[in-house]
Design a protein around this ligand. Structure first.
Ligand code: NAP
Ligand code: ZN
Ligand code: ZN
Length: 349
């Protein structure tokens, strides 16, 4: 076993602090990665605070992991020692069900094993995530990182990137379409970059007037302050597709009203409370309301390769491990531009 230091929450009300645990020695198909950077996803905060219920403690969060391969099992073919490698939201799945076979392990019919807070068949305990020195993962769930990308700014692609890339691809967003992105945080800013890269006309909906100029810099053609009723009214009935990334409860009907006939609103944000949909908002335009969960391993690699070819990374603010609790408080205030990334070499200082 490999002694490993991480940062964990021991209850829903406790601050994160140092936590010592053990990683397994790499088996034949395992890859040992020394973690260089880990992004801070709003899901980490939901899980730590038990917003969705069902959290198990201690939680070592973190599923936007980039590092260097330091050891591989004898059967590993995907990466070699010294390579930049990444781990996203999953570390295993049943690999046998229809969805796993289709490359969509996130929808595993048995159970996806998430990077943290899932049962760990190796230890008999819980999986522990990327707020830690290292991770040992089966090569089937390891991603290759295009070498020319900045590694810190690549980390958020592993969740914020794939979670926005996947629905934009699935609903075939592209040229000639008007696309809305609701919420300019970690997911939202990647949604803007991808929708613009796919050729769509992008409109950002933000509650933060101070983010308007950034929205345009990130690739949006227009930015709307969603608290302004007149600005919202001017957008009614104009959208082919809307990606909603908001982490807190909000009025979804205000956005359904913006769809064109046959338009789709897809939810990726995961507010804890049930959402109330006014049926007539959909009936009156043959509209669709849908959801999407991260993306499969194959599509995550496709997304990373696309980013490598286009030079797309996240806009980040690097933090020290010890600043994580303050970063969580800032996430709650939408005070993020646009992803916090932990520099893991600060963990031991
Ligand atoms: P984030 O960085 O905190 O961004 C969320 C943004 O939503 C905020 O920056 C803010 O943008 C907006 N917002 C916050 N509170 C709001 C409110 N009360 N009303 C309207 N807008 C509000 O969070 P994230 O990491 O992007 O994650 C967003 C959500 O997606 C979380 O719920 C997370 O758990 C979920 N998630 C889902 C998946 C999936 O697979 N479906 C994957 C990852 C994360 P403005 O300042 O622009 O208004
Ligand atoms: Zn995430
Ligand atoms: Zn499965």
């Amino acid at each position: 076993m490999i002694k490993t230091l991480g940062y964990a929450a021991k209850s829903a009300t406790a601050a994160l602090g140092e936590f010592a645990f053990e990683r397994r020695e790499p088996g034949a198909l395992d890859v040992q990665i020394e973690i260089l950077f880990c992004g801070v996803c709003h899901t980490d905060l939901h899980q730590v605070r038990n917003d969705w219920k069902g959290s198990n403690y201690p939680i070592v969060p973190g599923h936007e992991i980039v590092g260097r391969v330091v050891k591989t099992g004898g059967g590993v073919k995907k990466v070699k020692i010294g390579d930049a490698a990444a781990v996203g939201c999953m570390v295993d799945s049943c690999r046998a069900c229809r969805n796993c076979k289709d490359g969509m392990e996130q929808y595993c019919e048995k159970t996806s094993i998430f990077t943290y807070n899932s049962p760990d068949k190796h230890s008999g305990g819980l999986t522990y995530g990327g707020y830690s020195e290292r991770i040992v993962v089966d090569e089937a769930f390891v991603l290759k990182v295009p070498e020319k990308l900045d590694l810190a700014a690549t980390a958020p692609l592993l969740c914020a990137g794939i979670t926005t890339y996947s629905p934009l691809r699935h609903w075939k967003v592209g040229e000639g379409q008007r696309v809305g992105v609701v919420g300019l945080g970690g997911l939202g800013h990647m949604g803007v970059k991808f929708a613009a890269a796919f050729g769509a006309e992008v409109v950002v909906f933000t509650t933060s007037p101070g983010k308007k100029a950034d929205a345009l810099r990130l690739g949006a053609h227009e930015a709307v302050v969603s608290k302004n009723a007149d600005e919202m009214k001017a957008q009614a009935g104009r959208f082919d597709f809307i990606l909603d990334t908001v982490a807190a409860n909000h009025d979804i009907n205000a956005y359904l009203a913006l769809l064109k006939r046959d338009g789709t609103l897809t939810l990726v944000g995961a507010p804890p409370e049930p959402i109330s949909v006014t049926g007539f908002q959909l009936i009156g335009k043959r509209g669709s309301f849908s959801g999407s969960l991260i993306g499969g391993i194959q599509e995550t690699q496709e997304m990373l390769d696309f980013c490598g070819a286009r030079g797309i990374v996240s806009d980040i603010e690097t933090i020290r491990m010890q600043e994580i609790n303050a970063a969580f408080e800032r996430l709650l205030k939408s005070d993020v531009k646009y992803r916090f990334v932990i520099d893991m070499k600060t963990l031991k200082k």
